[in-house]
Each structure stands twice: as structure tokens, then as C-alpha cells.
Design a binder for this molecule. Sequence first.
Ligand SMILES: [Zn+2]
Length: 172
Amino acid sequence: MKPFRFTCACCGETHQGLPAFALDRPPEIHALPPEARAARGRVSDDFCALLPEGGEGAPRMWIRTVMILPIRGEDETLEFGFWLEVSNEDFDRYLHSFDGEQDGMSCRGVLSTDCEVYRDFGIEGLACTAEWFTEARPLLTPDMAAHPLARDWHEGVPPERAAQVAAAYLHR
Ligand SMILES: [Zn+2]
């Protein structure tokens, strides 16, 4: 496989290969002050919950997923470790089947994770379907065909946009 090479808009160097783009927690939790994060946030590699302020109401819940986008004319793909906000019911179903069989299961949710380059297109709130797997993280399919991220998912990311994402991530 030919690695993706690009001239970096940040440092001017030529970089080779792409990292997997992921945040260790959803931006909603990242944005909290440390005391609130400690008191109300529950974070692991695959699950995340934000307990309601004052203990009233339902918690918000996320699962860690993967979205893979082809890059036009390239062998390499862009791989995002997006957090997907899901219903409490789907979260429980996912949690309780996590150590067992998950092939053929799925849920819907909305993207939470911010991404520098797609931010202007309103990536947060994009509805997606997550297909679950026993041996791998859930794989996302965007529901809205008209969304710029969904279009890139279908048609391939222009190489310039892939280079922008990588430069923003490598030099954050
Ligand atoms: Zn660079």
C-alpha cells in the first residue's frame, strides 16, 4: 500500500502516513471545569457518560466508534475515532453485550466529536448508524447524504482536505 504523503501547511515538511484521529473524551466533557468533570463525567476508552447537574434528569451517553473515509486517488484511508451520542437504552444494550457477541447489532446516534476541518460544516449533531462487531469498535455510516462529511464518505475525501485534517491533528 502506498502511504499518503503531503506537504504540511503548518510546518512545511513533507509528512508520510496518517494517524488515526481520535479524542480521548467527547468535547462536551472536555469543556467542563476539572471539578465538574471529576464529579459528573465517567470516561473509559469505549464508554462515556455525563451525569446531569444536580442529579436531576437522564445522563448523556456516548460510545466510541470508528468512521473510515476513502481518500480520492490514494490507498490510505482517513480513520476517525468519533464519539457517538446514543440513547440510554442503546448505551445499556451496548454495555451489556460488550464482552459477548455483538455481530449483527446496531444503533443510531449523533456525532459529538469535533474535527478541525469539518467543524465549519456542523459535524456535531450529524446522525449516523453504528454497526456493531464482536471484535472491533462500531463502524459508522452517515445518515444524511447531503452533509459534506457524508459526501466525502461516499465519494472520497479530496487529498487537500485529508492533508488539512492531518496537519491540524499533528500540530494541535
Ligand atoms: Zn507538519
